[in-house]
Structure formats: C-alpha cells, structure tokens
Ligand binder design. Structure first.
Ligand SMILES: NC(=O)c1ccc[n+]([C@@H]2O[C@H](COP(=O)([O-])OP(=O)(O)OC[C@H]3O[C@@H](n4cnc5c(N)ncnc54)[C@H](OP(=O)(O)O)[C@@H]3O)[C@@H](O)[C@H]2O)c1
Length: 254
C-alpha cells in the first residue's frame, strides 16, 4: 500500500484543476484526475505523468450518481483511503444564457447548480468514508469571491461594478455555506474543510480574460489541500482583489 498522500481533484482535465493536480503532484502526492470525458482525462493523465507526477485518470461526472459511486469504489479498491478532495469542477453557465437576474434561464440555473452545488455534496458524501480513513484529510471547495455577498454589496469592491447575474454567484454563495456546514459537522475530527478563491484566472471559463495565471489560480487550492494540523477550517481563503489592485492572499468575507 502506498504511503504517499492520495488527492482527488474533480474537473482536473484542464484549467485550475489540471494545474492543482500538477502542483500537488510535484509535492509527491498521488493525484487522481477526475474528468467526465475519458479522452480529455487520459490526455491530462499523460501530460502530468510526463511531468513526473503519479497521476491516474478517474472517470467522474459530478452530476452522475453512478459515476460518482464508481469513482469512490475504484479509489476504495486501489487505495482504501483518500487524503485530499478538491471539489474543483464548476461552470458559469451551461447554455451560455447568462444575463441579468430578470433574464435568468431556470434551465441554465438548474444545470449550473447540478455541477457547482449538488455535485459537490454528492462527491463529498461519496468520498467521506474514504476521507475518514486518512489520518488528517483536507477538503477544498473551489468557490469564488463572486459568491461573497459582502463583496457583491460593498460599493468599494471591484465586484460591485460587475453586471448582476444570478446563477453563478448564487451557486458559489451556496457552496460557501456548504463549506461552513461541513466544517461544522467535522470540527471534532482531523478533517479540515475550506473554500478556495482562485481569483480571476485566465482559463477557458472566461475565454482567458482573467488577469491571473493558472499557476497563481491553483495556489489557494494547493495551500488549503496541504494545511498543517493547526491550520484553519471553515474559511473562504484565497486571492484578494481590491480597487487598488492585487491584495495578496487572505481570508475573504463570506
Ligand atoms: N477562472 C476563474 O477566474 C475562476 C475564478 C473563481 C473560481 N473559479 C472556479 O474554479 C473552478 C475551475 O474553473 P476553471 O477556471 O479552471 O474552468 P475550466 O477551465 O472551464 O475547467 C472547468 C472544469 O470543470 C469540469 N466540469 C464541468 N462540468 C463537470 C461535470 N459535470 N463533472 C465533472 N467535471 C466537470 C470541466 O470538464 P470538461 O473539460 O469536460 O468541460 C473542466 O475540467 C470552477 O469551480 C470555477 O467556478 C474560476
């Protein structure tokens, strides 16, 4: 049985998830590449192995209960435990029908919630028995500052200047509460549960308009995935963006 830590990253075939896997892999952590599409997942597995990581593709569509269950069973059979879960898979809009709150497509909103909200609960609950078997597991929910009600309603925040929309920001607000509630349930265990804010990162997600590189965008996830025993739990932590510019890393207001 391997003594290396085992990390599962959902949506790890590209963007921040792929880079999170790469950075965790360079620390000697075995990285399980959760991807819904086998071809894209295998390609990521190949690229990470070429870079020296112990990477393994795991078919995982976070909206498909059978796929989630099969992934948990496979990890159980191979490793018997899970040290790190990074709930990274996410989307802003499935139909690209975003827009003002008054124009919200309920179909699109439901599809976004299936991935960003219900998918996280499904994967976390399927993996929790394995996480409990690790000595001190870490759960990272990749959230966003756009889910911070404090930032969205603070006229001094750059986020207050962005157009209003419902499905994505509210899905990340829900994810923030989900993070706080899992941290509460697990507070008397060694498991730490935190939400990461990558900051505005150049990926397919925003047609590469983000001003942070994926290497930077993955840093909050990697930091929270490898917290020491005296590290925090139940926080939204990561990049701070102010009207003055880059504010480094810190805890964000919910
Ligand atoms: N980029 C930013 O500025 C930014 C800022 C704050 C937070 N975030 C968050 O960071 C996370 C990663 O975003 P990103 O920028 O790296 O976006 P991305 O490049 O679009 O990657 C999204 C990943 O999620 C996967 N995914 C989507 N639906 C899935 C499903 N049902 N099951 C499994 N995987 C699924 C995608 O797989 P496919 O390739 O198969 O579609 C892809 O691997 C998201 O949670 C996002 O909300 C991003």
């Amino acid at each position: 049985m391997t003594t290396a830590k085992i990390a599962l990253i959902t949506g790890a075939n590209k963007g921040i998830g792929l880079e999170t896997a790469r950075q965790l892999g360079t620390q000697g952590i075995t990285v399980l590449i959760g991807a819904r599409d086998e071809e894209r997942g295998r390609e990521a597995e190949r690229a990470l192995r070429e870079g020296g990581a112990d990477a393994h593709f795991v078919q995982l569509d976070v909206t498909d209960a059978k796929s989630v269950q099969r992934a948990a069973e496979w990890i159980d059979g191979e490793y018997g435990r899970l040290d790190i879960l990074v709930n990274n898979a996410g989307t802003a809009s499935v139909t690209r029908q975003g827009g003002a709150p008054s124009q919200t497509s309920l179909d699109d909103m439901r599809a976004v919630y299936e991935i960003n909200v219900f998918g996280v609960v499904a994967v976390t609950n399927a993996m929790l028995p394995l996480l409990h078997r690790a000595p001190a597991a870490r759960i990272v929910n990749v959230s966003s500052e756009v889910g911070s009600i404090t930032a969205q309603t603070d006229p001094a925040s750059p986020l207050a200047q962005m157009p209003a929309s419902v499905q994505y920001p509210s899905s990340k607000s829900a994810l923030n509460m989900i993070t706080a509630m899992y941290a509460k349930e697990l507070r008397d265990t060694p498991i730490k549960v935190n939400a990461a804010n990558p900051g505005y990162t150049a990926t397919d997600f925003n047609n590469h308009r983000g001003f942070r590189t994926v290497a930077e965008g993955a840093e909050p996830s990697v930091y929270l995935a490898t917290l020491p025993p005296d590290g925090p739990t139940g926080l939204l932590w990561g990049h701070i963006w102010t009207t003055a510019g880059d504010g480094g890393y810190d805890t964000l207001a919910w």
